[in-house]
Design a protein around this ligand. Structure first.
Ligand SMILES: Cc1cc2nc3c(=O)[nH]c(=O)nc-3n(C[C@H](O)[C@H](O)[C@H](O)COP(=O)(O)O)c2cc1C
Length: 584
């Protein structure tokens, strides 16, 4: 029996209607009809907006209803100017897909509504606003949400346009200086509402699963109510499966029918076959847009004198990447890829700037000649950082991930990881890194040997791949391993740069052997440990130019090769379709 003390909630049918309007509300940009919106309907929708919750009941919103065509034309011109500025800043592949997106319907809708916020309304003692002044803006946003939902129930589409210079727009609307523009909404009747966000349908971004967003008690303990706590690493490993044999066979068969002699695209044919196997379809989607994630961290083993460069260079280069001044930025600009930088363990405080993802596990690892470089918990945390970044970049619309790294002394840690995973001799796996003299090179080999002796294969340190990463790894190695696993689980290709990414791939493949299907070796680095790694992994490098810079440079150079391989498989005519005679 129903508890008389407890409000019963709404009857099922009405409850369903509430959830339905929430699920079916859409941001609408196209397909608007010119029909006018009656004052009655507009009044109901505005009344719904006006019932939103607000901090201290301050009701900081006002609604400016715009219908005048000349005014809307002036406003549309303001948005168009800012849109062009935004487009000019986008990397090539993103700019192309942005061009195709419709981001406003100012002139296509009969009514535009501006929701503003008065942050001073209610005076200085407004409850809850003193310590958190932003709550005034939040309250106006809630009015927008109410308006959006009520409009959906009325069959009215609403599109939110945020491509304005706020004060420019405020001036056009005669807003007093103390009022902020919160939202510019284009409102009109539509024939139908899209089932999914248009940006998802266009492949710009994907919806994040609810389970990534719900945490139990503390941030990071992900899991849905009533479910088991989620272990992101275990979940990602479990999701990694072998390539699709059917799609690979279809790709091989198509390569043989394409208007070119069989096998004449050499290794690129195999690349296209592997891309098809990974995507599970033939032709596979083009690997674009692409994003390079440069994982940066410092290394305790630097104290052993294994690099001629001071440790500060890691942080200085991070600043250079963010300013767009490094080689990887130049190569990425050429290839139309985005560069993002992840601080996963730089031994310096980094200023927050756009493009930097602050995910520091600790300010550098410990010296692996004295003990494990990191704890197991830190290794798992860094792996998780990497896989979450892979997910977020794919959710943001990227279809190809590219590894980058920065960390003074990370070739020493890489050599130790390569020896531990492949059993290679330290002399064979250790290289001259950024360029060191004979004495420092001999010392570097000795340090790798000392580390390997310290964490002997029978020690608990090396009992499993996570233990190996913890013993020797940099945080960037661990995060890169997670990044590779994340890409593999999402079946998105990941182009590996040189020896650091190679060492991370060894860890990833030790954790999930099928992850290899997502890995493409961008290039062969001049570091000797890289050749050992590639042959152990069975990967053939696409570019071999004697590069030994890191940062992701070699991998970015290979990006157009992957894209060309996929495009050829998709676009090239077959003998039948083009009416070209095959060889007899
Ligand atoms: C704060 C905010 C600003 C937005 N700005 C724009 C915009 O300038 N142009 C646009 O086309 N969509 C804009 N949108 C709409 C989002 O792209 C859209 O809500 C999102 O893709 C999810 O789709 P859905 O609303 O249909 O679920 C904005 C949405 C919000 C919440």
């Amino acid at each position: 029996m129903a508890d008389p003390q407890r409000d019963p909630g709404y009857p099922a049918e009405q409850r369903d209607a509430v959830y339905r309007v929430i699920a079916e509300r859409r941001d609408v940009r196209r397909g608007f009809r010119p029909d006018p919106v009656s004052p009655d309907v507009l009044g109901r929708v505005l009344a719904a907006a006006h019932q939103a919750p607000s901090v201290g009941f301050s009701q900081p919103w006002d609604f400016i209803v715009i219908t005048d065509r000349a005014r809307r034309e002036r406003i549309a011109a303001l948005a168009a100017r800012r849109r062009e500025e935004f487009a000019a800043d986008l990397p090539g592949a993103r700019a192309r897909s942005f061009d195709a997106l419709k981001i406003e319907s100012i002139l296509d809708t009969p009514v535009n509504i501006v929701v503003s916020c008065d942050r001073t309304r209610g005076g200085r003692h407004t409850l809850g606003r003193r310590t958190q002044p932003q709550t005034a803006d939040f309250s106006s946003v809630l009015a927008v949400a109410n308006l959006w939902l009520a409009a959906r129930a009325e069959g009215l589409g609403v599109g939110w346009v945020s491509f304005f210079d706020e004060r420019e727009l405020a001036a056009e609307l005669g807003l007093p200086a103390h009022l902020e523009v919160i939202a510019y909404l284009c409102v009109g009747y539509v024939s139908q509402f899209a089932p999914e966000p248009e940006l998802a349908t266009a492949g710009w971004a994907r919806r994040r699963p609810l389970s990534w967003a719900v945490h139990a008690e503390e941030y990071g303990r992900r899991g849905l109510p009533g479910g088991e706590p989620m272990d992101p690493l275990a979940e990602v490993i479990a999701a990694i499966a072998p390539p699709d044999a059917g799609a690979m066979a279809a790709a091989r068969e198509r390569q043989d029918r394409m208007t070119k002699p069989r096998g004449s695209l050499g290794e690129l044919e195999e690349v296209s076959v592997r891309l098809a196997g990974l995507a599970g379809c033939c032709p596979p989607p083009l690997p674009e847009p692409a994003c390079v994630a440069v994982f940066a961290a410092d290394h305790g083993v630097h104290a052993q004198g294994v690099s001629p460069w001071p440790q500060e260079v890691t942080a200085q280069m991070v600043a250079n990447f963010l300013a767009g001044g490094a080689v990887v930025n130049a190569f990425a600009a050429q290839a139309g890829a985005e560069v993002t930088v992840v601080d996963v363990g730089v031994a310096a405080e980094l200023e927050p700037v756009p493009g930097l993802l602050p995910r520091k596990i600790a300010p550098g690892t410990a010296d692996f000649t004295e003990g494990p470089a990191m704890t197991r918990d830190q290794a798992v945390a860094a792996l998780t950082v990497g896989l979450e970044i892979a997910r977020d970049l794919v959710a943001a619309g990227n279809r190809c991930l590219v590894t980058g790294d920065m960390g003074i002394a990370n070739t020493t840690a890489s050599a130790a990881l390569i020896c531990a995973f492949t059993g290679a001799d330290p002399v064979e796996a250790t290289g001259r890194g950024t360029g060191i003299d004979a004495a420092m090179y001999a010392r570097k080999i000795e340090i790798v040997c000392r580390g390997l002796a310290k964490h002997r294969p029978d020690s608990p340190d090396l009992a499993d791949p996570v233990g190996v990463i913890a013993a020797f790894g940099g945080f960037e190695h661990a995060a890169l391993a997670g990044f590779i696993l994340g890409a593999a689980a999402l079946r998105v290709p990941v182009i590996l740069d040189g020896v650091i990414a190679g060492a991370a791939a060894l860890a990833a493949v030790a954790l999930a052997p099928d992850a290899i299907a997502a890995c493409f070796a961008g290039h062969r680095s001049a570091e000797p440990g890289h050749a050992v790694t590639l042959s152990y992994l069975g990967l053939r490098p696409l570019v071999d130019l004697g590069l030994r810079l890191g940062e992701g440079t070699g991998a970015v150079l290979a990006l157009p090769l992957l894209q060309s391989a996929a495009r050829a498989l998709r676009d090239v005519a077959t003998f039948d379709s083009a009416g070209v005679s095959d060889k007899t």
